[in-house]
Design a protein around this ligand. Structure first.
Ligand code: ARG
Length: 647
């Protein structure tokens, strides 16, 4: 939306009015920001809380006011006339309660309906942000923790994008480091005849994947990645059955584990692996190729997950930053931040038991040196390096990982502050935040694992969510009604949606219990319930036979009944909620809003049978619930769902 179209939150709009009033009420207190908050619904919709603090400031300065209440009274009296406000009252020590006008609520909603939900995006301070999320480690498993990072990070990115922030969605994959020497060496050892295959050959192999799946589905627990390991061997699919060793690289880390075992048990291997790191870092062709192929295998696996979840990410892994590390460390050294400690180079951070190690004792770089470099590159204030790094200057850096990494990020941010890359304190920009999240638990209350005590594979989770949804749809007789494609698409929308929502609806810092039955329940606070509510609303509109586009412009919205008003007000608070969710980086705030919205709608729909503007509330609930920027595929699924629910 064009900037002038964005109206901002209700709070913002009220604040403007109160700002004017404050200017008149206390002309010499020019730096007073209006304090607007939601209030007890018995007294109104919002309140202005400035009177008390103003009184503390002005009492004894010869002011004519005799207490906080007269200050509040004056603030109320000096409010400029506005169609926004129906009535005001004073409560306690000068709180000014505001009841919004229902005509204004109705008008604002109608305006949004015509101009688009974008006009309700909040105005955030930042224009550009980096959201660093998902970020799995190549050759190791992409586990449920990465699922959380992926879902939470994507949601934060979407909320910020809705708020007109340009978001750099970064996949900081672990694709560099000493472990690659080990992996490469192991690969060479296990498959000495490895030859580098062309992209064409990989494509051919992928094309035969389905055939391969059928052949091996019973023999192997996982198939896809095995095909790709096979690509590395450069053999033909037909020979597959003669290969003895299969390692599933991206799936459950068996390849990683096997090579680690070898690394730990055989000093000779260990030495060769260390030599391989040197060869890799020295840019030796054979090693670079092997490295990039190992990465490619994992990448293909990740891509599939991202595609299924509708997630867009730009990979900028650890390897990307590697060449810039020495320069950054030199910078930090010049600033006197780096010290020697037990052979390593470290930054001592006050209040921390261990220092922040930036160069290991063997001279190698690590997670910390890479993160310092990445942070520096998005926040480059000095024109030292390349233009493209400077280009990325962002005002907000958001890192989404499990809470276990909190310490790392605290140290990282402190180091960056000391280097002058970030301002001191937590509330100035550019700023950096660690968005931590808790564990995913199984029903036994322990870390979520499968029966084999292996980590849970993401792909399997998504498969199961989908197949359970499909089974439920078939049970409802949808197999006869719908085409196979429709059935598949709906099962995906509901199944993946359920997994996402179950994660998002909890405060991210808490652990959450993964439970299919719960998340796929069509009652209660679940994605299934919300999707049905939405589909039902759409179906009501469709069945009304009215042209909603036409009605948006010509129909008048009247909010008579209290339930009607409550729904209208709740809708209007959308911008505020998105703002809160963005500022505090808490997607669950938005989930709660949506769940309550469904509740408000149901009450309205039950109690306002004769309301003349049922059409309008319906259409806009549909509008907000789904968002206007829904993808083509989504709207297609909505149609399926509409048909699936009776109303
Ligand atoms: N690869 C890390 C992990 O799997 C997460 C990386 C997060 N991003 C970062 N810039 N450190 O735990």
């Amino acid at each position: 939306a064009a900037d002038e179209e964005v109206v901002g939150t209700v709070k913002d709009q009220l604040a403007k009015l109160f700002e004017e009033s404050l200017r008149v009420t206390v002309p010499d207190q020019t730096d007073t920001d209006p304090l607007i908050a939601a209030c007890n619904p018995r007294f109104g919709d919002y309140q202005c809380n400035n009177a008390m603090s103003l009184w503390t400031k002005i009492k004894g300065t010869g002011s004519a006011f005799t207490g906080p209440q007269p200050v509040g009274q004056a603030i109320m009296t000096n409010l400029p006339r506005s169609e926004m406000i129906e009535s005001c009252s004073i409560a306690g020590p000068g709180f000014v309660n505001v009841k919004l006008s229902r005509q204004w609520i109705a008008k604002s909603i109608q305006k949004m309906l015509i101009k688009g939900i974008e006009t309700w995006s909040p105005k955030l301070r930042v224009k550009r942000a980096v959201v660093d999320f998902s970020s799995p480690n190549i050759a190791k498993e992409m586990h449920v923790g990465h699922l959380r990072s992926t879902i939470i990070g994507d949601t934060l990115a979407r909320m910020l994008e809705f708020s007109n922030v340009e978001v750099l969605r970064r996949n900081h994959v672990g694709d560099w480091g000493t472990q690659f020497g080990m992996l490469i060496e192991f690969l060479f050892e296990k498959f000495p005849n490895m030859e580098v295959v062309s992209d064409q050959a990989i494509g051919d192999l992928e094309a035969s994947e389905n055939l391969f799946r059928k052949l091996f589905i019973y023999k192997c627990s996982s198939t896809y990645s095995k095909v790709l390991v096979y690509c590395i061997l450069g053999n033909k699919v037909v020979k597959v059955s003669s290969v003895k060793h299969w390692y599933t690289v991206p799936d459950n880390g068996a390849f990683y584990k096997a090579s680690k075992q070898r690394f730990d048990s055989d000093p000779g291997f260990k030495e060769r692996a260390q030599q391989a790191v040197v060869s890799l870092q020295g840019g030796k062709e054979k090693y670079r190729k092997a490295w990039s192929q190992i990465c490619e295998i994992s990448r293909k696996g990740y891509e599939k997950v991202y595609q299924r979840l509708g997630i867009v990410l730009e990979e900028k892994g650890e390897s990307f930053y590697n060449p810039y590390i020495p320069g950054v460390l030199e910078e930090l050294g010049k600033k006197g931040l780096i010290e020697e400690s037990e052979g390593a180079r470290v930054i001592f951070i006050e209040g921390k038991k261990y220092p922040f190690i930036v160069v290991k004792s063997d001279g190698g770089f690590n997670y910390a040196s890479t993160d310092l470099t990445a942070l520096w590159s998005v926040n480059l204030l000095l024109l030292l390096y390349r233009y493209r790094l400077n280009e990325e200057k962002a005002e907000w850096m958001i890192y989404v990982t499990d809470v276990g990494q909190r310490e790392h990020f605290e140290m990282l941010f402190t180091a960056a502050k000391r280097a002058g890359w970030l301002p001191p304190g937590d509330n100035s920009y550019p700023k950096a935040n660690h968005v931590g999240f808790g564990l995913v638990l199984g029903e036994d209350g322990k870390r979520f694992r499968t029966r084999s005590t292996e980590v849970v594979k993401l792909v399997d989770l998504l498969d199961e969510a989908k197949s359970r949804c499909k089974a439920a749809l078939v049970e409802r007789g949808k197999a006869e009604e719908w085409t196979e494609e429709e059935l598949e698409q709906t099962a995906e929308a509901v199944g993946y949606g359920a997994v996402k929502y179950a994660d998002l609806k909890n405060n991210r810092l808490t652990n959450y219990t993964f439970n299919f039955d719960q998340m796929l329940n069509d009652q209660g606070n679940t994605a299934v319930y919300l999707l049905y509510a939405h589909a039902r609303i759409c179906s009501i509109i469709r069945k009304s036979g009215k042209d909603v586009e036409e009605l948006k412009k010509t129909g008048a919205l009247v909010l008579e009944h209290p339930n009607e008003r409550a729904l209208g007000l709740h809708l209007l608070q959308f911008a505020e909620i998105v703002e809160e969710a963005c500022t505090n980086l808490l997607p669950n705030v938005l989930c709660e809003y949506l769940y309550n919205l469904s509740g408000h709608f149901t009450t309205f729909y039950t109690n306002c049978q004769t309301s003349p503007n049922r059409w309008c509330c319906q259409s806009l609930v549909a509008f907000v619930l789904w968002g206007q920027r829904r993808r083509q595929a989504d709207s297609c699924c909505v149609k399926r769902l509409q048909r699936s629910c009776g109303n």
